[in-house]
Design a protein around this ligand. Sequence first.
Ligand code: GLV
Ligand code: GLV
Length: 346
Amino acid sequence: LKVVVSLDLGPEVMPLLYNQPNLDVVVWPHESASGKEWLLKNIAGADGCIIMLFEKIDAEVFDAAGPNLKVVSTMSVGYDHVDLKELAKRGIKLGNTPDILSDSVADSSVMLALMAGRNTKQATNVVEKGEWPGWGWSPYGLCGPQMSPNSPQDIRTVGFIGFGRIAQATLARMIGFGYTRCVYVARSKDPARAKEIEQTIKARHPTLTTVQRVELDQLARESDVLYILAPGGPETYHIVNETFLKQMKKTAVLVNNARGTLVDSDALAKALKEGWLWGAGVDVVEGEPNVTVDHPLVKEPRCVMIPHIGSATWESRIGMGTIAVQNLLAGLAGIPLVAEVQVSKV
Ligand code: GLV
Ligand code: GLV
């Protein structure tokens, strides 16, 4: 059997493939992107492949692969880069890597919120540009909103776009900070399902007084910190736009740790400039990785941007690579994948 791996997953993961008998492993021998040309050329006749989130896997790739392709295994939880219709048409299975990255992404989500709220970009700039001696210390210099409640009367609300595993892990951290209200929007519109989730969450977190699925307008109005942790794709495209941002609290912080497509970057830059909200922390941005210092969000002093490293811990990334291999091998063997995207249902 032939498998194609679109970049080298390192000594912790690759042996899991090399140790397999009767497996012809074709791998781009670098840790950076192979480019689509390499994939198109090498995928011919493959039975399975491991791919990355920045690779658009569409009819062109499936046609280049030919009829043997049984399984596509992406080393990511998100799969908006894979054409699910084409996949379903050809009966190809899709594996992804959820759960193993929920804690690392929740950690980086909270990190971004704190960094944005507490002016970290401007503050580290003061030091790095050698300006500290002149700046000295000033009572209100670089102040921002306090990110945890200031008293028992100070009721804080955390909001979520998407309320899956990563959002729920992020909520647990915010409850540790003293947040007592949670509002969210989610893909499922089923009231029974919402009730079930809300009961489970409340039982898990006794200090939480509210956990409630709301409409977008209410989410924008009530959130002190708003986390975007929902899948990309057409359903969530620019869900955060001017209309949404205009309704946010002036002290609110917005975090996007999901996909760039959920946020209208120009609208967010305008919102920050005009003070519709306080700050933003983004790990993902539309058009990445082609983001230069001229990008309107990079220029915003209260927008902290990091280059899609939400799950970048050794634990998560080696775990994701391992699950990607397990999914691939299960797909080749014709048994259920460790984590399978139900292609026909999405
Ligand atoms: C990261 O963005 C992922 O989808 O795993
Ligand atoms: C989606 O899989 C999530 O974890 O939010």
